[in-house]
Ligand binder design. Sequence first.
Ligand code: NDP
Length: 447
Amino acid sequence: MPLQGKLESIYADVLARNAGEAEFHQAVSEVLESIGPVLERRPEFADAKIIERICEPERQIVFRVPWEDDRGEIHINRGFRVEFNSALGPYKGGLRFHPSVYLGTVKFLGFEQIFKNALTGLPIGGGKGGSDFDPKGRSDREVMRFCQAFMTELHRHIGEHTDVPAGDIGVGGREIGYLFGQYKRITNRYESGVLTGKGLTYGGAQVRREATGYGCTFFVEEMLAARGKSFEGKDVVVSGSGNVAIYTIEKVHELGGRVVACSDSTGYVRDPKGIDLELLKDIKEVRRERISTYAEAKPDADFVSGRSVWEVPCEVAMPSATQNELTADDAVTLVRNGCIAVGEGANMPTTPEGVRVFLDAGVAFGPGKAANAGGVAASALEMQQNASRDSWTFEHSEERLREIMRSIHARCSEAAEQHGMPGNYVAGANISAFTRVAEAMLSLGLV
Ligand code: NDP
């Protein structure tokens, strides 16, 4: 939908002020396209220039990360932390280590994070960070030295009441451990709440590792239930084979669905009997190998190199790898093959044209900022447990996560309904989240 009037000129300004940051432009435009009806009802938001303020990060930090590899060669990477919006609480959002990372990636993710965090109903602001460091093929010691060098600068900017990073692509339990170790060493404080996604032996929370994938599956379960359906007996395709993908597959299987394909950046594996999760975990979490290894170990499975996983027929699609991985052509293929629901485990994995195809076809489409909010919600629960020096059981933590995902689903569908777009979770998520952040910003004065 083209932007009109004031929103059009605000967007033109965003393009001019953030030249060359295509993913950031895409994330902003998707939110602005949804909030026209809110501004009609709440002119005070426009008068206070809330939208212009939301589009400008509160603070952007870019820094040098020098480190030494196992052969003694020196490398220089670039580190980022964008502290986007703290109206609702301390900045909160993950760190991504991937060679494609630049300021525009971090700004797109930070912008999305503001609204995602608002949807959880918990007191967390939005931020994101990362580096163009490529962990692939690096030894444990190299990853440790990089993490230590990264934290040597980052520690000045974060803190349990200021800014609380977590993981994202390329940053899992191992990296969070090294980052936390260095923070503790530099500051001489055991400040557990400064990072989330920690290991269970040193202040981590049950279900944080599983939360994004489990949460996304719960969100899709809610969308299916709203249409009188369930996962039972359904074929599901999940892209990626990292943290989000693995725990999505686990929960889909528990709820009676069957994941028939998953992928990594080299291609996809198809296993008509259902992905063997123990094997996948061993390949990805322990051996850190490529997905093709899966097909070598399983006679029924085959590996397809360099093609899109979305060509595999399914009733539910759960993109869980990276941004813009599901195009309009992929969406057309999925709809033709009988796909009825999509849950975005990754951030912005579907292109705007792909989203349009799904919405026009009446597919239940759960956008990332709602569907994958379970990860950050569990991080906020980890912060709660750290603050009270407590630790909850797996069952209690999973039940809290499930309640939160149900309430996010309810918020999105109610907002969509109230604004005349029933079933449109994209509009519902943007409207509900924007309204919460805007109200808080208005209350805080011109800051
Ligand atoms: P991981 O690093 O654990 O896994 C990423 C997976 O996606 C890998 O299989 C990787 O393949 C694949 N992938 C990454 N980049 C590309 C690319 N450019 N092209 C094709 N495949 C790619 O990351 P996560 O599982 O943590 O994150 C996945 C997505 O979920 C991201 O969009 C992230 O922002 C989002 N997310 C993550 C949360 C979390 O809690 N971890 C929370 C909310 C959202 P390969 O190994 O070959 O690169």
